[in-house]
Design a protein around this ligand. Structure first.
Ligand SMILES: [Zn+2]
Length: 247
């Protein structure tokens, strides 16, 4: 879906139930930057198809906003297409995490007959672990031609979370730093990480984005932005107070 002149979102890509993950892309005059690659090979093919359809001659690049598999599972397809993938320089997922991901998926298959046939293999058809090939350790700008994407660190959900801000259009892609309507996943960190997460939310507020594309859920605009940031803050503050995540 087109959200501004140059920014797009792709909703509801497959991941581990009950979550669906978003992706998006920013179209410059020469380059298109894909933000998050979906959770599997086939999701990435969908993302690639949309991104290429908008401006077929553009060179593609991709970025992972975090190391969780729902955001990087499609990297294998982008690698096959020889697309450079940016990501936090500490992202280094081992090859065998795909086995754990499949086991988790298999638990959600209700039918014993389907389970026996290992139908999770179809969801993760051709899916392999591929880490980003361009590591980022500090804020960078990527010139896409006529528009610039600023990539900066927003730790909290994981230590490696990145966000992408498109200044000219006031659009922010924030990954799972904000998840619209979902209960955020705080389980990868502790109190110190959650405190950092609050600072990341402040960083986002200071940019005054007009539209936010979150890793999961509906795109935010207008009053929804403040409402969701405040909802995230209360969940984080409660977790800090109780020293335990909400889930
Ligand atoms: Zn996610």
């Amino acid at each position: 879906m087109k959200i501004t002149e140059r920014c797009y979102v792709i909703y509801g890509l497959t991941t581990l139930p009950p979550w669906m993950v978003n992706s998006g892309f920013i179209v410059g005059d020469e380059k298109t930057l894909v933000v998050d690659c979906g959770g599997n090979y086939l999701s990435a093919k969908t993302i690639y198809g949309y991104a290429k359809a908008v401006k077929p001659d553009n060179e593609l690049a991709a970025i992972n906003t975090e190391p969780h598999f729902d955001h990087i599972g499609g990297n294998c397809f982008f690698k096959e297409m020889e697309v450079d993938i940016y990501g936090h320089n500490a992202i280094n997922r081992p090859e065998n995490i795909i086995d754990e991901v499949k086991i988790e998926y298999s638990k959600t298959i209700m039918s014993e007959a389907r389970k026996e046939k290992n139908e999770e293999d179809l969801v993760f058809y051709k899916t392999k672990v591929v880490n980003p090939n361009i590591g980022i350790s500090s804020e960078i700008e990527i010139d896409l031609g006529g528009i610039t994407a600023v990539i900066f660190s927003t730790p909290g959900h994981t230590k490696m979370n990145l966000s992408v801000f498109v200044k000219n259009e006031k659009v922010l892609y924030c990954g799972d730093t904000i998840v619209t309507d979902y209960i955020p996943n705080l389980e990868d960190g502790g109190v110190d990480d959650w405190k950092e997460w609050l600072l990341s939310l402040e960083k986002i507020e200071n940019l005054s984005p007009e539209i936010i594309v979150s890793g999961h859920g509906e795109v935010m605009a207008g009053d929804k932005i403040n409402a969701e940031i405040n909802r995230m803050k209360s969940i984080l503050n409660l977790a800090i107070e109780n020293n335990q995540p909400p889930t």
